[in-house]
Design a binder for this molecule. Structure first.
Ligand code: PNW
Length: 521
């Protein structure tokens, strides 16, 4: 019997790998780069595992040609990377000088990608705020100052690179910026109420202020791009949000509510989708208290009532004019997602909506394979559910979402348990990561073909093993192994598997077809 034909990806679907400047570039004091909050934070004893920093990382500032050659050899169609604000404007501010060497570096890099047929997806901010701005006015805590400086920085980038860059991501994962940086204090700048952790900070107020600033700065950069650059440069701009699927631990009503609340505080409210009788039925908003700190504000124009209920006047608000600016300020939904959580009522962790997360089902079995990091298990069914939820929710006509909806999956990946302690030849056979991507790619195809979700791109995290923030270099997310002694790169089995899968599922683009000579030559 003949095998059924492979269900392919849509024409012009872009795939590639993702990275971020601080995690790969190194050369932290080279060619005029200023310091970022991560440079200083990583140098404080105890903040990163084994006290590791980003000083060298994968040395990609020096080895960029090699990186581009490897991406080209992998046959990726796109590459998602971020610009280092403090390489471009070392002191960060609107009256501070631009560093021509920084501009030159990214110009060369973008040109080399394009020469190899690789489409750049550029993140403008992936957590590396110039340290000078943090010292000057408390960085993200100062909404009006940081917005002016961020918008100025994005203007410099649109002017310098916008003739060639058509895919812009304003901010990576605002939840992490706010909660991990100013609530838990585990990421730069490490502020927290815990005085053993941080000499200053207030975890009960600062994260909500920072989230508010990030949304406002993002919206103003989008306004600038749409008014002054988009008409001629014709690119797209939007934000990328992290958010994992949430499932009730069991069918107790309080745990069904818990799954909703968990996501109110992160991106959206997927449990509402589980409860809704069908994907096409508008959700009951009064019951479900609407959705998500960042997604609701940016796509729908309000903060979730449940957040207000819990936080009261600790939750800042925008004026009517500001809300008008924020609403619809993203051309697409950029989705970073890694896992699924089972949710139980009764947690006392405000940062996840007073909900307990677990991976253990009531019958004692685990949801999926455990990754090296505690927060991640392999559960591809959740990935499909989240794609469906986001695709359908933000298209609901009742919400009058005027943006055109497309969903790049801007990050998705797995860190194999114990990989850092394995000999190279074992680390290269990363079967748990292959298993993870087998699941997520199947979910991707099902979401596109069986569920009709409009997904235009997919970026596994990460191109290279790299500086995994507070976890230093011991947690490896790369599809390419990096030997940190020699900086030599080795493709893992997962890279080979993904390359083959994307080749098999590719629909040739009109743009790929070389015009046939009509006149004999
Ligand atoms: C993302 N969590 O971060 C980031 O965008 C990447 O820079 C990072 O390397 C990658 O995921 C892998 O961690 C996250 O604790 C960090 O839930 C932590 C969490 C989620 C995302």
């Amino acid at each position: 019997m003949a095998l059924p034909p492979t269900r392919k990806l849509p024409k012009d679907f872009l795939w590639g790998f993702a990275t971020a400047s601080f995690q790969i570039e190194g050369s932290s004091d080279v060619d005029g780069r200023g310091k970022s909050i991560w440079d200083d934070f990583a140098k404080i004893p105890g903040k990163t595992l084994d006290g590791r920093s980003g000083d060298i990382a994968t040395d990609s500032y020096r080895l960029w040609k090699e990186d581009v050659a490897l991406l080209a050899a992998y046959g990726v169609k796109a590459y998602r990377f971020s610009l280092s604000w403090s390489r471009i404007i070392p002191l960060g501010g609107r009256n501070d000088p631009v560093n021509p060497k920084g501009i030159e570096f990214y110009n060369k890099f973008i040109d080399a990608l394009l020469e190899n047929g690789i489409t750049p997806f550029v993140t403008l901010y992936h957590w590396d705020l110039p340290q000078a701005l943090h010292e000057r006015y408390n960085g993200w805590l100062n909404k009006d100052e940081v917005t002016k400086d961020y918008v100025n920085y994005t203007r410099v980038c649109f002017e310098a690179f916008g003739d060639r860059v058509k895919h812009w991501l304003t901010i990576n994962e605002p939840w992490c910026v706010a909660i991990l940086g100013y609530g838990r204090g585990v990421f730069a700048p490490g502020r927290s109420s815990d005085r053993e952790r941080s000499p200053e900070g207030d975890s009960s107020t600062e994260p909500w202020i920072v989230g508010h600033s990030v949304i406002y700065a993002h919206a103003n950069a989008v306004k600038l791009y749409r008014e002054e650059f988009k008409p001629t440069q014709k690119g797209q701009i939007g934000i990328t949000l992290n958010g994992d699927w949430a499932m009730p631990y069991d069918d107790k009503p309080e745990n069904i509510d818990a799954a909703q609340h968990a996501l109110d505080f992160a991106i959206g409210n997927p449990a509402a989708f589980i409860l809704s009788p069908s994907a096409d039925t508008p959700l009951n908003f009064s019951r479900n208290s609407c959705t998500g700190w960042f997604a609701d504000s940016i796509y729908l124009g309000f903060y979730p009532p449940y957040m207000r209920e819990v936080l009261g006047d600790r939750m800042p608000d925008f004026t009517a004019d500001e809300w008008a600016l924020v609403k619809g300020s993203s051309d697409f939904y950029g989705m970073n997602t890694y896992t699924t959580n089972l949710c139980k009522a009764g947690g006392d962790d405000e940062f996840q909506g007073n909900v307990d997360y677990t991976f253990k089902r009531p019958d004692g079995t685990e949801l999926g394979n455990q990754a090296h990091c505690a927060w991640l298990q392999d559960y591809p069914e959740g990935f499909r559910s989240l794609l469906n939820y986001i695709g359908k929710r933000y298209k609901l006509p009742i919400l009058r979402v005027t943006i055109s909806f497309i969903s790049p999956v801007t990050e998705n990946g797995f860190a194999v348990k114990g990989e850092n302690d394995m000999p190279l030849e074992d680390a290269l056979v990363d079967n748990d990561r292959v298993h993870y991507f087998q699941g997520t790619t199947a979910s991707l195809i099902n979401a596109i073909h069986s569920d009709g979700v409009d997904i235009r791109s997919y970026f596994p995290w990460s191109f290279l093993d790299n500086f995994e923030w507070a976890d230093g270099y011991s947690t490896r997310f790369g599809v390419t192994y990096v030997d940190y002694e020699t900086q030599k790169r080795y493709p893992k089995a997962s890279a080979k598997w993904l390359i083959k899968w994307f080749k098999e599922h590719d629909t040739p683009s009109d743009k790929d077809i070389k015009p046939k000579a009509t006149v004999p030559v």
